[in-house]
Design a protein around this ligand. Structure first.
Ligand code: DX5
Ligand code: ZN
Length: 219
């Protein structure tokens, strides 16, 4: 099944709880939380305190995307606050095997994120260890950017790699996902769609989720 993960980066923070509840009632599968440290990416967003607040607003899985250099010291706090999935950027970490072990040890699902400029081959030694692969289809740091079409080839490659492991690994795509790009993304083999602008950036969240889901129906 295709999962839709609205990204709160595009939400109206004066009405966050209302918007989260609307997304949940409209069939969102996960809530995507973009954590930016102002160093690894040129933007600064949320800490564990926001995850703790979100945990009270929804029972949906909280999909925490850490855009943070060497995040080991923060991982326990995010999981304790209620993160369901923690994805880390392989480019931002010296000892990825250790970091993934730390996430597991604290009881969250593990994910590795690759930037548009990072080769899928970097997953070779880790793919058996993780639950989720997050492929960036824009350079991380901001919402509202244009989908990089070359990502579609990487999705195919990573889906083949994932299938060879013999276990089901979620493949999630993040950046520029909308009704035009979503069918291409799903056709290439991804099953989780992160969407900020095309959901929380719209006047009607419910209609936006419906449209996105319809766009991938039968693909
Ligand atoms: C970008 C973030 C994305 C962002 C996507 O660094 O990782 O999750 O919210 O925004 P849209 O859907 O607007 O491209
Ligand atoms: Zn993200």
């Amino acid at each position: 099944m295709i999962k839709i993960a609205p990204s709160i980066l595009a939400a109206d923070f004066t009405r966050l709880e209302t918007q989260i509840r609307e997304a949940e009632a409209s069939g969102a599968d996960w809530i995507h939380v973009d954590v930016m440290d102002g160093q690894y990416v040129p933007n600064l967003t949320f800490g564990p305190i926001i995850v703790r607040a979100l945990r009270k607003m929804t029972s949906l899985p909280l999909d925490v995307h850490l855009m943070v250099f060497e995040p080991d010291h923060l991982i326990p706090a995010f999981i304790e606050a209620g993160a369901t999935n923690i994805t880390v950027h392989i480019e931002a970490i010296r000892h990825i095997h250790r970091t993934i072990g730390l996430i597991k040890q604290h009881g969250a699902n593990t994910g590795i994120t690759l930037n548009p400029g990072t080769s899928a081959s970097l997953l070779d030694s880790m793919i058996h260890e993780i639950d989720l692969i997050l492929l960036m289809s824009v350079n991380p740091g901001f919402g509202g950017q244009t989908f990089i079409h070359r990502t579609l080839e990487k999705i195919k490659t990573v889906r083949e790699m994932a299938d060879k492991t013999g276990k089901y690994i979620d493949i999630e795509v993040d950046g520029g996902v909308d009704v035009n790009t979503a069918p291409l993304i799903v056709k290439a083999g991804a099953n989780v769609l992160v969407a900020g602008t095309s959901i929380f950036g719209q006047d009607d969240i419910s209609v936006a989720i419906d449209k996105l889901r319809q766009s991938v129906q039968g693909v």
